[in-house]
Ligand binder design. Sequence first.
Ligand code: 1PR
Length: 525
Amino acid sequence: MGLFFLDYGAGNVQSLANSLRKLGYEFQWIRTAEDFDKATSLIFPGSLCTNTLLQVARTLEYALASKIDLFDNADKTVPHMGWNSIDLLDSADKSDEGLLESSHYYFVHSYRASYDPDGNPVAAHWVHSTTQYGQEVFMASVRKANVFGTQFHPEKSGDAGLRIISAWLSESESARSSAPPTPRIPRPPKPRDGLTKRIVACMDVRSNDEGDLVVTKGDQYDVREKAPAAPGTIQAQAEGAVRNLGKPVALAARYYAAGADELCLMNITSFRHSPLRDQPMLAVVRAAAEEVFVPLTIGGGIKDTVDPDGTKRSALEVAGLYFRAGADKVSIASEAVYAVERMRARPSQDGIGEGDGTSAIETIAHAYGRQAVVVSIDPKRVYVDLSYDGPYRDEVIRGSPGTEDEAKAWWYQCTASGGREVRPLSVVQLARGVEKLGAGEILLNSIDRDGTGKGFDIDLIQLVRKNVRIPMVASSGAGSAAHFVEVFQKTDVEAALAAGIFHRGEVGIGEVKDVLSSAGVNARR
Ligand code: 1PR
């Protein structure tokens, strides 16, 4: 008897289990068919429900009776990824299961069950809340008798999400099973797209010279302290220690408490390691996921590798290890560059090239969904003559008058291995290629701006935005809260990321959100 949990390999199993532990609930995993009969409450990753599978099946049947379609990406990026508000439909008993219209919840999905009270009035009675993305209104939560399901991820929705899980599970089982159906009152939705701009804190993690994993931060990807070169030595020999800005798990917990909408952990020396050697990184992810109830992206080393004992591991297996440890998305950099180079060797009508189904992006997106695959791009400016007419002429940016870039022209070249390898690929070619291969989001860095505090590279971000219809995170160069306002006002990105200013405590996440709100940019509070 008691609370049971069904693990069918979905990506968010670990996060949901962590949220239950955080709330103090004990649960058992469903291991045999008989366990279903022992369960008085049953949790399906992605939805919360009680009693028997039959009821789950009925709920799904009900949901399937509604129209389930892909979001239209003509007016917005897809997947719908981020924190959105909900519109609670009225009920006779006012049972809102802990949901609040003043809160935001984390959504990540490409398909939605549309809310259509006129076309499907029977189903509409069981819709508990709706959400709007662009012009589309869809079901955010459903409840019928003792079955409750959400489209968003309560386990990734911070305190607001934990409150829902707690409200549902703390309702006594007898109250739940004896509760009469409480049909909602269908009505036209209140028009509001409440999607907020996301603020992401990124931690670059590597081992220092003592072998401990620390959060570090470079300037233009150089993470060592600058030491003056002694006479007779070259600068490389005079490099100082790896900068140590704190412990990854403690910092992750601090950013979660401060209101970060999402966190990234980048294993920045992973290209030297196999997953077996990266066990400490897996332990960091596991520990961070126990403390942090917002989405967690893990990057670095997502590629086919060979362990020291000769065991081969595919990128899909490596990603699976991170998902099992509690990551929600994996971020792929070097392998994405190589995959797009390969696809360009297989010509296609759209000029982008064709994947062969074997790349890390394709295999992971196929197994876990495209929303679980981020591609991290590390571009560098290549300056050219103002009269440049070479192969990248359509992507050339000319500096605006009155800026430090006046009279300069450049295009953006892709790199691999954290900027160490320059590749024959432009940022536009890479972005369009990874979108076609199945990436769900682009994390756009800039080697030129990283750690400089000069602000985001607006030209770069606008260029990539014009070329892809998946969500984008702008990264590199944030030096003040005003830089976040600038990036959201001048470009149409969904999220902005910073590292240095947060690690050094120069600007707080709360301060960024205050400044965004004052400037009229929608931010989660
Ligand atoms: O190639 O798939 O193994 O992935 C390696 C990952 O590690 C890539 O995402 C790459 O960006 C990252 N990386 C590799 N070397 C470094 C380095 O710094 N030496 N860090 C590195 C990248 C850039 C951002 C940083 C922003 C914001 N760091 O992560 O957080 O630029 O910084 P700021 O706000 O201080 O300006 P693979």
